[in-house]
Ligand binder design. Structure first.
Ligand code: GN1
Ligand code: MG
Length: 359
């Protein structure tokens, strides 16, 4: 039997497996679509990157807690089609949350039928996404289980800069000399960009349960263009609401690609910003503090900046974290995120004015 077919056979799925093929564009885990014959559901089989998610047991427990809580909420409010609005994890035949083959960790969930994800979306879909993230944060605000950080200091800007400094000091791939200009520009703005940690220390900014990987391609839409659910729940953890707001805009409001080789294509799309922000505030305004709202433009700039720092650190380390498709991929990503960050900052005043007009 083919290795992947053998792997899926350990899970308590229905039906007979017809095909297993690579799926999606994630930079961390590997995903496979498992198609079955007849009426049985299809599944998504994933190899968990355990170098990055080192406590797989904890990770899978978190996902179970989060999906169970969302399912209860949806059921309580009489939502239709609940199985397409929240992930269903499939246990192994012996009731475990994942399967370890001696080398790799695997998990399986139901594939949500008739769902699509996009790399690019328009203002109308961004509106749905804004409502969806507000609801997601609200639904998780009273989750009884305590969940911890699945990756310590994941969206902590001070920590990400620290990692960059370590990468510069080690210069493992001998690439630091060629990156001086961009490193200097990053450094100039470091204190300002660490404002979230500063506000948190001063007791002015709470942590809430957030998704922490709200890139556009982690949102599933139905055939009518409304949001079904947010997937890729590995990083659900306590964070500042800036995480979900900012990372969505980083990917959705970029006129170019995350790894665009042509930085002139990269820019901040204000129409997407407006549609998303209006809807997000509509849904999240009931629980956001004034400080959180006031810093949304900062959040929009923070995530391209943070991603630029993370891609650059990985480039300097010799590409050990993100999957790359060609040798300079992390350099191209760094420059594209840098360009996006600059464009977002250029729109800061306009963002502030727009947000004020909504309040
Ligand atoms: C990773 O797995 P994926 O591609 O959804 C990363 C995110 C980054 C993103 C950049 C665990 O997400 O934090 O923003 O790549 N996830 C992790 O594309 O590091
Ligand atoms: Mg993903």
């Amino acid at each position: 039997m083919h290795k992947l077919q053998e792997t899926i056979s350990h899970f308590a799925t229905d039906g007979v497996v017809a095909t297993v093929r690579p799926f999606g564009n994630g930079l961390i885990n590997d995903s496979y679509l498992v198609q079955t014959t007849g009426d049985a559901p299809d599944y998504l089989l994933q190899r968990i990157n355990h170098h990055i998610f080192q406590d797989v047991d904890r990770l899978q427990k978190n996902i179970e807690a989060v999906t169970a809580h969302i399912r209860r909420k949806l059921t309580a409010c009489g939502a239709q089609d609940v199985d397409r609005k929240v992930l269903t994890m499939i246990p192994t035949h012996d009731g475990k949350r994942y399967y370890f083959d001696g080398e790799n960790y695997w998990r399986t969930m139901r594939y949500i039928p008739r769902s699509v994800s996009y790399e690019k979306i328009d203002p109308a879909s961004s509106r749905y996404a804004g409502l969806a993230f507000g609801d997601f944060q609200r639904m998780l605000s009273d989750m009884p289980e305590q969940i911890g950080e699945t990756i310590p200091y994941f969206h902590n800007m001070e920590f990400r800069l620290q990692q960059l400094h370590d990468a510069i000091r080690n210069d493992a791939a001998g690439r630091v000399a060629s990156m001086r200009t961009i490193i200097d520009e990053i450094e100039c703005r470091a204190t300002d960009m660490c404002k979230a940690e500063q506000l948190h220390r001063e007791g002015k900014l709470p942590k809430r349960v957030c998704h922490c990987d709200t890139k556009v391609n982690n949102i599933l839409f139905d055939e009518n263009g409304t949001v079904l659910c947010v997937v890729d729940l590995d990083t659900v953890m306590p964070s500042y609401i800036f995480s979900d707001y900012g990372d969505f805009l980083r990917t959705a409001a970029n006129t170019g690609d995350e790894d665009d080789r042509n930085v002139r294509r990269v820019g901040f799309n204000m129409a997407i910003f407006r549609a998303f922000t209006e809807a997000y505030l509509e849904s999240a305004r009931t629980f956001l503090t004034d400080t959180e709202i006031e810093h949304l433009p900062y959040a929009a700039a923070l995530f391209p900046y943070m991603q630029c720092v993370r891609f650059l650190a990985d480039y300097l380390n010799g590409d050990t974290y993100y999957k790359i498709q060609y040798p300079e991929h992390n350099l191209v990503r760094t420059k594209a995120q840098f360009a996006l960050w600059q464009s977002v900052e250029a729109h800061e005043a306009a963002m502030k004015t727009y947000i004020e007009s909504l309040l």
